[in-house]
Ligand binder design. Sequence first.
Ligand code: 26Q
Length: 833
Amino acid sequence: MSKNKSLSDSKCAKDFAVLEKLPTDSDSLARDFERYLTRHLGRFAGCDPFYRYEALSLTIRDRIMTDWRNTWKVYEQKGVRKAYYMSLEFLIGRSLGNHILNLDIDSQTKEAMNQFALQLEEIITEEHDAGLGNGGLGRLAACFMDSCASLKLPVIGYGLRYEYGMFRQEIENGYQLEEPDHWLRDGNPWELERPEYSQIVKFGGRVEWVTNHNRKPHVVWVDATEVLAIPYDVPISGYNNHTVNTLRLWSASATSVFNLDDFNAGSYADAVEAKNDAEHITMVLYPNDVSENGKELRLKQQYFLASATLQDVFRMWHLNEGSDNSQFAKQNVFQMNDTHPTIAVAELMRLLIDEKYMSWNEAWAITSQTMAYTNHTLLPEALEKWPVTLFENLLPRLLQIVYEINARFLEQVSRKWPGDIERQTRMSIIEEGDVRYVRMAYLAIVGSFSVNGVAALHSKLLTEGLFRDFYELWPEKFNNKTNGVTPRRWVAHSNPLMTELISKKIGNEWISKLEKIEQLKQYVDDEEFAEHWFDVKTENKKQLADLIKTKCNVNFDINSLFDVQVKRIHEYKRQLLNVLHVIHLYNRIKRGDAEQGGARNWTNRCVLIGGKAAPGYFLAKSIIKLINNVADVINNDPQVGDKLKLAFLPNYGVSKMEIICPGADLSEQTSTAGKEASGTGNMKFMMNGAITIGTYDGANIEILEAVGEENFFLFGLKADEVEARRKNYQPEKLVDKDADLKRVIYLLKCGHFNSFENGIFDGIIASLLNPDDPWLTLADFRSYIDTQEKVSQAYKDRAKWVKMSINNTACSGYFSTDRTMQEYNADIWKLDS
Ligand code: 26Q
């Protein structure tokens, strides 16, 4: 179809108003699968297995089309208030298996595939992960989308269609290598390109004042470079409820108009270069990395998302409301996932003033009632700020608007605290200094009616620390929304054995109402149930062990304790503590502690660590190298044998987690207290019956409250103790006083894990022994080691361990994103479902 031409413009004998549903019996599925494979894709037996995945995906996609279209139609109706979840990241992973689960056609699909002697599980794994996110924040957005569809909430996700997602991590000689992830290379059957809804986004140029038709001064943005934003829609199916929401991802392309002008002027090469520049905008996802801060292309991405999204929302709005914007704030709300899309505050002001001719006050009333902001970090260095000069060159009109927002805001500050210049400087959206910056978090707070953190402790610390001044000014804006994860993907899909076992006992309502999983508590003391529970865990451990064998060539014995830590590699998450513990255990084995008399007390352990380090984060990358070197020494020492194994799993991501979390016994959540905003991996492990060893941090605290102390291994300093401890932190003294720690540090220092690789761990050792170590790793060593010993002892009592495991799953109801979304809706969005 030609661009910008809607269906109603073209002549068509039928309006296709009723789109009939397709049958979902196995024969129909088999027939369509065969038709797609042969007639549509032109492939036959013996083709590349990816085509089988593609043919099946198209078959399934056909079966969600009716509901997708109907859901859209309902949302398009006048008077339906909608929320827009704006995020630079949506880490959705694979989709095929998820849709099959949501349509409740698992058995038919399996049968259909069996007709061709194909295994559904194998076809599903052909799908490339949509890795459009770094970690927690991006995966949270994907879980939110799942829950909104399952709750029938009118929420549209808006993001970017990166050509290259999160890099693929390879390990060579223990070091991380980054390879580009061209996830779209074979095409993506889940996206629908909608060029008819393209938008134009402007960059650069100048601002001019003109007199408009009412003889009023008016701003125009001239000589800008224009880039085309083309939407690609991805269906988000609800669980068994005929609702299919939309995730709309923007792709950048050169505008044809622009190309033609250059071409006519005779500068063909310039035109092609411009096309290239435009298409660069959505080429690659930025890794979460301080060294990537301040990059112009990243600001382009942020504005591209904000501007295209807001224009698209107005396009839909005007379909019903014409040019009347008076009810806009009543019908629309934007949730900004961290500060990344926060330029939307200024862009909404620009659209309302420059393009819809509103006064400043009218525009501000709408903007400040429509925007809501979620913060995901307490680390001050992670707060986004942009050099004013960069902003000015790229977005001259938006900088003017930011200045005006700031001037009016500071006026308000000075009215509340007359003469308090220091406070004005502190709170200003513009940071003054040799280089001036725009502070995006402050712009977000000033422009939003709601500001939330992602776990109880995190939200509290925000109001006491980072955003204290703002809390004093506007306490009513601040609220907490503890994160969650979707039980569809993270239990029903990834842990079918446990799902079956649970549903046999309490029915399957828990999948959409996770609070019901509490009913499992009645079976905690049921020996037969406990035995089944243990068998399921063991089978899941086998599957995890197979993965470790294939990817790491390390043998994990399923009778051992599976001790797992998977997440981005970062100093504050303290994977180093884990490594120090492993070295300590190894050292005990070498000293004969695990032999004879000690053997009775020894628990065999398999430690799994996985995660990506940002490409420019040198220390995080050397942590990966350390893990691999320690693993090499331990795994090849015959004296160690099955007593201890360590594996680093390369390229950790969503699909890997689907195999990992069902097979874990112990979940490692070791961040320095006060630094992990929430964590969500902790919740996935808990739901799958792993027990947490964790600090009093982020959502760990709420997990601990839900399961009780007897079902949680708590260790380490609390957030306030961490802060108090900094003044008097002498790690060298700790080493002197603690014989275990001394031996561990000695093994590191003497090069036991890096013979022939002189000095490669010096940076790590120095960071641990630094009295200014921001993460106080060694301060928690003793407590961690002692708590790990309690874990080892607890694991010996199988019956007791299984009870703890069942209890963890049974108490995980609160951590469903269904609950999180209901809270966002009740307190912030106020949508009808
Ligand atoms: C910033 C500037 C330039 C380039 C990249 C970025 C960037 C990208 C991603 C900065 C941060 C992120 C992601 C942050 C993140 O994932 N935070 C995590 O969010 C989770 C969901 O709320 C929490 O559970 C985690 O505690 C938090 O660390």
